[in-house]
Design a protein around this ligand. Sequence first.
Ligand SMILES: Cc1cc2nc3c(=O)[nH]c(=O)nc-3n(C[C@H](O)[C@H](O)[C@H](O)COP(=O)(O)O)c2cc1C
Length: 205
Amino acid sequence: MELKAAIESRTSIRVFSDEKVKLDDLKEMVRLAGLAPSVNNFQPWRYIAVTNHELLNRMADVVAQKIDRLPSTKSVASNNIKKQVTWFSTFFKDAPALLVLVTRPYETVLESAVEVSHDEINLLRNYPDVQSAGASIQNILLAAVDMGYGACWMSGAMFARQEIEAMLHIKAPEKALAFVVIGKPRSENKPKAKPNLADSMEIFD
Ligand SMILES: Cc1cc2nc3c(=O)[nH]c(=O)nc-3n(C[C@H](O)[C@H](O)[C@H](O)COP(=O)(O)O)c2cc1C
């Protein structure tokens, strides 16, 4: 598939058929994720694939519990909103495959030259670790489309980041950063209409 066509036809997929994702296909998506640009070419990432549904269910349960325990506002809609957010944060349990992006702190040359901590540099540079991770995830989303799958980027599950890290044996300084769910879409999904961003682009010529 042409790259532009993959970009234009991609949309978030949350409901999947029962068809499994071939392990070789998952590996190919992760290989392409690893070709993304990253801060200092540090490649501060690795992926964990989860296809075991007993484990996926346990992960979803802790996410649901975490959201349930968030203190509710007095809004009458509070319970419904929490329910919706819970669904959008736990639907990965029914997906054929889940990729978990794990990051580790990157090192900068600057750290050895100035009395500024890694965390401060990270803040000043606008979180290049997270920016790098985004580039890698986008490669997966586009590769999934190209290979006939659908995918969805997820941060909602990170409500239970620490519990999930424990379940997947992720130890500090590594951190789980995001999920990508993958599978064959159950139905046809049209991409959402979005404004042409070029129309609002400011130009300083
Ligand atoms: C950083 C990030 C986090 C996201 N987290 C979730 C999530 O937790 N649950 C979910 O259902 N969708 C999640 N999404 C998908 C967005 O909701 C989706 O991209 C957006 O609605 C636009 O739709 P589209 O992807 O079909 O263009 C996330 C997307 C991004 C980029």
